[in-house]
Structure formats: C-alpha cells, structure tokens
Design a protein around this ligand. Structure first.
Ligand SMILES: C[S@@+](CC[C@H](N)C(=O)[O-])C[C@H]1O[C@@H](n2cnc3c(N)ncnc32)[C@H](O)[C@@H]1O
Ligand SMILES: [Zn+2]
Length: 271
C-alpha cells in the first residue's frame, strides 16, 4: 500500500476518507487502522463479521495460489488484460480479489495502474499483499466496501458475489464494471470425473440497476493438468465441498486431467 493507493480507501466506521501516515490509516474522526506486517489493512466493519474467519479458507486460498501462479489460467488473464487496456483504467478496484494473482498480472500488463482490492478472506488478502505491495489490499466485503465513492474508473468482479449498489457507488459516472462468470463448458472435464451426470453451467447475463450493458467477451481454452495441479484445481472450486465421496475418490486417483476452461467477461458501464 502506498499513500496514493490508500487514497482509494474509506473508513469502515464513519465512511470518511482514510489517509496513510506511516503504517496506519486514519480518518478525520481519528478512527485508526494499523497495517499488518504484509502491508494490508483490516477494514471489515465488526457488525459485518458474521463468522470468526469469513471468506475462503486457507486450504482453498493456497490451492488457488498454487494453481494460478503456475499459469494455468494465463489465456483468460490475457483476455481480461486486453479488455482492461481498451477501457479507462487509471484507478482499478478488484472486489473479491482472492489471493491477488489476477491483480499482479493486470498490474504488470497495464504498466502499474492505481489498484485497490479487497476480499473477505484474511488469508487471501495476506498472500495478495505480499505478491503486490504497490496495491492497497484490505480485508473487506463487497456489500460494505472499503472504497470511496466514485474513486474507480474500472471495477472487476471475477467469480465473486455481485453487489451492484456498492459497485455503482465506487465507480465514477461512465466507469466500467467487468464481471467474469463461467462459460457453459468451464471445467466440464473436471465435472465429468466428479459426477455421473455433469451439467453445463447456466450462462448468466443480467441487467443491473444503474448500469448499461456494453458487451460480453468470451475466452476459452483446453487445459491438460498433471499431478498436484489436478488436486489444486479441485480444491479451489466449490465442487470440493459438495462432491459425493465416490466422485472425489475418482478425482484423487487422476494423475492427469484434460478440461475445457472458459470465462465470459460481461462489461457494463455506470450510467
Ligand atoms: C471464487 S473466489 C475468486 C477469487 C479471485 N477473484 C480469483 O478469481 O482468483 C471468490 C472470492 O470471493 C470472496 N468473497 C466471498 N464473499 C465475499 C464478499 N461478500 N465480499 C468480498 N469477497 C467475498 C471469497 O473469500 C473468495 O476469495
Ligand atoms: Zn472514521
């Protein structure tokens, strides 16, 4: 976090702007938030903390880091970077940023935009802040986001909950939202191992209050994974938690896996 990126943030207690002085963020009403050792801030309002450790857990976050840092989703990240490059992107917010691999990729591809990113999962934010110290990473929630009104030119939501009112609040008028959702066949090869009757994903494309739909861009590839990457992919998906034991056992016995992957990037503009 730098003073420039910290200028994206707002106080979770009173909503006032936060200023970074030394290693703590302070608002005009003297609410103060020390940065953690890794450089992130904890900006989740106490009343929003429903469980002791909300968001994705350590094992899931670490599996996602291992998988994404191996470059398996690079074709999808490349499409996203091209999409961002074609839009105003001086100030980017990543809502539900996870462990920050997308943020690092975009930061490098877009020559260092000002980036503020948050996630409910403290472990994810901890890893993200270590990976990209230049960005302002916070533990925070999309439905009570720690970002100032109108700060963002571009807001990213990659496979995370949709909070349209907060997303509209953080974007400047005319700013863009990129919402990444799975294509119909995303991870179908994985589901064929896990389930006897795998279903294709439902393809969503919804209208949101305060936004105009601009376009949908699809990015698809076929992946062949070996060894631990197969298990990492499984452990970073929700299937990990709701697959019957026989499906999980079949996957555990797989030393390699070929699957389609695909993201559908929905682009909206704030009115
Ligand atoms: C499927 S992961 C995607 C992470 C990252 N965007 C990526 O694609 O690698 C969903 C993320 O949303 C986070 N999350 C869930 N509910 C959230 C909320 N209300 N606000 C912010 N983040 C949330 C989880 O902790 C998790 O890191
Ligand atoms: Zn305050």
């Amino acid at each position: 976090m730098t003073p420039a990126t910290a200028a994206a943030l707002r106080c979770p207690v009173c909503g006032g702007p936060l200023l970074l002085t030394g290693r703590s963020l302070r608002c005009a009403k003297a609410h103060s938030f020390d940065l953690a050792k890794e450089g992130y801030a904890y900006l989740l309002p106490m009343q929003k903390k429903h469980t002791a450790d909300p968001g994705d857990g350590k094992a899931m976050v670490r599996a996602r880091r291992a998988f994404l840092s191996a470059g398996h989703y690079a074709p999808l990240m490349q499409t996203l970077a091209e999409l961002c490059a074609a839009l105003p992107h001086a100030h980017i917010v990543d809502a539900g940023c996870g462990e920050g691999s997308y943020d690092k990729y975009l930061y490098d591809a877009l020559n260092g935009p000002q980036l503020a990113a948050f996630d409910l999962s403290k472990e994810a934010v901890r890893l993200a802040a270590k990976l990209l110290p230049e960005a302002a990473f916070c533990v925070g929630g999309s439905f009570c986001a720690p970002v100032r009104d109108g700060w963002a030119d571009l807001l990213l939501n990659i496979f995370s909950p949709m909070a349209e009112a907060e997303f509209a609040r953080m974007l400047r008028p005319g700013g863009h939202l990129i919402y990444a959702v799975p294509t119909a066949r995303h991870l179908f090869g994985l589901k064929e191992v896990l389930y006897e009757h795998p279903y294709e994903n439902e393809v969503r494309q919804t209208e949101y209050d305060g936004f105009t739909f601009v376009k949908a861009v699809e990015s698809e590839a076929v992946l062949t994974l070996e060894g631990q990457s197969v298990q990492d992919l499984f452990a970073m998906t929700p299937y990990y938690w709701n697959t019957p034991a026989d499906g999980a056992a079949r996957l555990a016995a797989c030393s390699s896996l070929t699957t389609e992957i695909g993201f559908r990037f929905l682009v909206y503009q704030k009115m």
